[in-house]
Design a binder for this molecule. Sequence first.
Ligand SMILES: Nc1nc2c(ncn2[C@@H]2O[C@H](COP(=O)(O)OP(=O)(O)OP(=O)(O)O)[C@@H](O)[C@H]2O)c(=O)[nH]1
Ligand SMILES: [Zn+2]
Length: 222
Amino acid sequence: MTQFETYNQTMPFLAVRKLADADFPTRWGHFRILGFEGVVANPEPCNDVTPAPATRIESAVALVMGDIHSAPPIVRIHSQCLTGDVFHSLRCDCHDQLHLALRTISEAGSGILLYEQQEGRGIGLMAKLRAYELQDNGRDTIEANLELGYKADCRHFELPAEILKLLKVPAVRLITNNPEKVEALEVAGVRVVERLSAVVASDPNSEFYLQTKREKMGHLVG
Ligand SMILES: Nc1nc2c(ncn2[C@@H]2O[C@H](COP(=O)(O)OP(=O)(O)OP(=O)(O)O)[C@@H](O)[C@H]2O)c(=O)[nH]1
Ligand SMILES: [Zn+2]
């Protein structure tokens, strides 16, 4: 059974609201930058030591370019990766994927980049750095998460789905290699009419990371 078949929507949002909407010029062209906040009811705990609170507030940013309503727009759901997105780490493919998405939207003249603050697949920055240490000693990304007491992947994708609904976008062309994102949107009622590959040039430093995604997480990475 693949992750695509097993995705569960377990964390209903009590409320999602737009907090900000501003002009946003970038080297890829002109966007609007929107800030969103969602309140999750009964969030699942991500590790076996910290109990989950009754509710949790999550936030995400949307970069919106052009006309997103006359046809299903290109959409990228990007999970925060400080090390890749900001510092151009070669341990993962996040930086190149972020740029691929922005370039693709720019070339199309329209689209949405949803940037979710789910650092380290939701385990947080400090735990991700500790996971790096374990990977330096031979563990893969999943083994490292589990050894630290976390789930292999603590993310869920309800917030981006709810943001798309707020933006009145019922169908999308999604840039991803992760079938779970496709399934999550479909479960939440946003149709994925096309999946666009997010495969980027590989680097020797990220080979093991990509191999784990392909072999253990079902990602469509070549
Ligand atoms: N726990 C952990 N998270 C990592 C590590 N390297 C990158 N990440 C996080 O992984 C997330 C990106 O997930 P990926 O599995 O690379 O890709 P994806 O978003 O599921 O799928 P795509 O849409 O195809 O990019 C970001 O939140 C990164 O911070 C790592 O070594 N350990
Ligand atoms: Zn990364």
